[in-house]
Design a protein around this ligand. Structure first.
Ligand code: FES
Ligand code: MG
Length: 595
């Protein structure tokens, strides 16, 4: 504990439960919270009331273990002199929600803001885990700005099939190839895929879940070491208890998200994202969280701060290992310790949830298994971050250049005069259904001169944005041994996929971005050195296309299927700007606005 900054009279919950100016309302607020067994002493004697933002449920298997862990969180809160109120959060399950869980990130955000703002809570434990639950909860904590600490549910145990590690998501890409090659049948496919999910917890690969849970720690919002502990390990219950204990002190210290998630913390997180081989979804989420705090952060920052950082963590899909191995090698503190020892962490002075700095927490921590977490002097890849491309196709799109394989490099990036650029013929797909319909049609005449484009897959287009930009070549090219074609799109890519695609193009076609004007057969040029992507179409022709696009009423996106899809599309912004509900970021630091 770093010292008490506020007193009992400053607690938000006093406005409800101990308001001398309004005893009648106090009685009305109080009586219903007594009716299940809370005592007046618990609510009126000045104990901070801590919300536990519960994302675990039967609908959310990745986070379901939080239902169990919450018992230990409660024990910790009570041991530290707090009272607990468990709060349901709109469920989000990455693998279960149609059309995409990304659509619900902002819905869970919106409802949790209202909950944290409008109820008698002094602090909150954020039960994070499955991909979108982490950013949704951090965004809400950012907007309301009450003391908050995150708690990962932890990854699943390692999956194995016939002695080989099978990782979440990543195994699906492999199983598809095996099924197509006739090596397994449909039952074999299901058995192989299910082997990657052997216990409670979230994806055991370095997909978006492990990425975002690691980044919640990197931002300083979790206790040190809290991200990587597998869900069933005893240490997971123990860190849950410590997290509960700590949040009560954070309330007294008045340590808020805005003091932890500063610009410095985001720069640390960008560096750590490169070192862990984090998901291409991370810039969307971190840029979004930053906007809700009023911290400037964009995709240029990701390139400037993160591109040159080496890859240290050898987890699938970029490497070999899985979540348990990450934990045994030391998790996030070991990664940060390795970066610190090489002087690569930009801001060791950034404050974290335990009241100490990142440098204090992690200095001296080193990898305990250098097969899984490498040192900076022996990295897996020298430059593991993203580049930010721009041009007449879009203002901003990101690419992880470190996943470009030798065959791709040889085919596209080996012109001695221009080694990092290539030109090609655009093959344009309007959404994933169009892709599946046309990709194997010989009439498309796709060859290695082609660049595959996916549009209509962005926040407004799909809605929520589909993870569909990494497109396979047509089967007639696969049979000839062509494993990958360049892919560009205004959608996303699963964090468990390692394809070298140009992603998250903003603005998207459905918002009138340049991609909307691209036509099948156009020549395009992509330069990874200059970070540009352009259609080679004369300006007057582009102006004419823009006029025709406007006259036709814009991009022809599919109808909304639910009220939320409609509201989401009306309000949502661009991927590069965090895909938040536009205008929502004008509400900042609102926890005491009702005073
Ligand atoms: Fe929930 Fe991957 S599907 S964490
Ligand atoms: Mg995903």
């Amino acid at each position: 504990m770093t010292g008490k900054k506020i007193g009992i009279e400053d607690l938000r919950s006093r406005k409800w439960f101990m308001n001398p100016d309004n005893p009648e309302m106090t009685a009305l607020y109080l009586e219903r919270y007594l009716n299940y067994g809370l005592t007046r002493a618990e609510l009126q004697s000045g104990k901070p009331i801590i919300g536990i933002a519960q994302t675990g449920s039967d609908l959310s298997p990745c986070n379901r273990h939080h239902l169990e862990l919450t018992k230990r969180v409660r024990d910790g809160i009570i041991a530290s002199g707090g009272t607990c109120i468990e709060v349901p959060v709109h469920p989000i399950q990455e693998t279960g929600k149609r059309p995409t869980a990304m659509l619900d990130r902002n819905l869970a955000y919106l409802s949790l803001v209202e909950t944290l703002f409008g109820y008698p809570l002094d602090g909150v434990v954020l039960n994070i885990g499955c991909d979108k639950t982490t950013p949704a909860l951090l965004m809400a904590a950012a907007t309301v700005n009450i003391p908050a600490i995150a708690l990962s549910v932890g990854p699943m145990l390692n999956g194995y099939f016939r002695g080989q590690r099978t990782g979440s998501g990543t195994i699906v890409w492999k199983a598809r190839e095996m099924l197509a090659a006739g090596e397994i049948d449909d039952d074999g496919f299901m058995e192989l895929v299910a082997s990657s999910a052997p216990s409670v917890g979230y994806c055991n690969t370095m997909g978006t879940a492990t990425t975002m849970n690691s980044l919640a720690e990197a931002l300083g919002m979790q206790l040190p070491g809290a991200a990587a502990i597998p869900a069933p390990y005893r240490e997971r219950g123990q860190i849950s208890y410590e997290t509960g204990r700590r949040i009560v002190d954070m309330v007294w210290e008045d340590l808020r998200p805005s003091q932890i998630m500063t610009r410095k913390a985001f720069e640390n997180a960008i560096v750590i994202n490169s070192a862990i081989g984090g998901s291409t979804n991370a810039p969307i989420h971190l840029n979004g969280i930053a906007r809700h705090l009023g911290v400037p952060l964009d995709n240029d920052d990701w390139q400037k701060v993160g591109h040159d950082v080496p890859l240290l963590v050898n987890l699938q899909p970029a490497g070999e290992y899985l979540g348990e191995d990450y934990q045994h090698a030391g998790g996030v503190p070991a990664v940060v310790g390795e970066l610190l020892s090489a002087g690569l962490l930009p801001h060791p002075e950034a404050v974290t949830a335990n009241g100490r700095t990142m440098g204090e927490n992690c200095t001296g921590r080193r990898s305990e298994d250098t097969r899984v977490i490498r040192s900076v002097s022996d990295p897996l890849v020298a430059q593991a971050g993203f580049i930010n491309l721009t041009g007449n196709l879009f203002d901003s799109a990101i690419m992880k250049t470190s996943v470009i394989g030798p065959a791709f490099r040889q085919q596209y990036l080996s012109n001695p005069d221009d080694p990092n650029a290539f030109e090609g013929r655009a093959v344009v797909f309007d959404g994933p259904e169009d892709f599946h319909h046309r990709i194997d049609d010989p009439a498309e005449d796709i060859d290695q001169d082609c660049v595959l484009f996916m549009r209509g897959a962005g926040p407004k287009g799909y809605p929520g944005g589909a993870e569909v930009v990494n497109m396979r070549p047509p089967s007639y090219l696969l049979k000839k041994g062509v494993e990958a074609l360049p892919c560009v799109g205004d959608g996303r890519q699963s964090g468990t996929s390692g394809s070298p695609s140009i992603l998250n193009a903003s603005p998207e076609a459905a918002a009138g971005g340049g991609l909307a004007l691209l036509k099948n057969g156009d020549r395009v040029r992509i330069d990874l050195n200059k970070c540009t992507a352009d259609m080679l179409v004369p300006l007057d022709e582009l102006a004419e296309r823009a006029r025709a696009f406007e006259a036709a009423g814009g991009y022809d996106a599919p109808e909304s299927q639910s009220p939320w899809q409609q509201y989401f599309r009306e309000k949502v912004g661009r991927f590069d700007q965090g895909m938040i509900l536009e205008d929502a970021d004008k509400y900042q630091d609102i926890s005491r606005k009702w005073l």
